[in-house]
Design a protein around this ligand. Structure first.
Ligand code: RB5
Length: 146
């Protein structure tokens, strides 16, 4: 059973709660919520780094990060060595981020969308395998950058 570390800022907080609730009831996933834990304004890099470091050190784990657009979260998470965070808004992006890029964190925009859209994307992310092969060479190049 994979562990999924969740993080959000205030803009993603309510959506994070809804999505965790649905996944907790419907899927066989070990869910860890690393915050934020209320609607007070906060800084998304704090939660991006928290989730990214946990994903890096935990075998068989993924991360899901939610902010208003998903952009800030993805920029911040990708600063952490070993993290490949993909900002996705549709199934093609989600599946390719796993198959070709071995993405280990999914960033999502929480504003102007619904949990009905985001939950299936998260499930697809978790269930899609990395293709390996020639893609492994490219992923290694990214991981060896610094
Ligand atoms: C917060 O207002 C907003 O800037 C943040 O959630 C995110 O969208 C940043 O990329």
């Amino acid at each position: 059973m994979p562990t999924i570390f969740f993080g959000s800022d205030h803009a993603g907080y309510l959506m994070k709660n809804i999505v965790i609730d649905v996944l907790d009831n419907e899927e066989d996933i070990d869910i860890k919520d690393l915050g934020c834990f209320n609607l007070d304004k906060c800084n998304y890099p704090e939660f991006a780094f928290r989730v990214a470091k946990k994903v890096r050190e935990t075998p068989n784990s993924f991360g899901v990060l939610l902010c208003g657009t998903g952009i800030g979260m993805s920029i911040a998470a990708n600063k952490v060595k070993g993290i490949r965070c993909a900002l996705c808004s549709n199934f093609t992006q989600v599946q390719m981020s796993r198959k070709h890029n071995d993405a280990n964190i999914l960033a999502l925009g929480a504003r102007n969308t619904t949990s009905d859209t985001l939950v299936p994307l998260i499930i697809s992310f978790i269930n899609t395998e990395f293709d390996g092969g020639r893609h492994q060479i490219r992923v290694n190049m990214i991981d060896n950058m610094d």
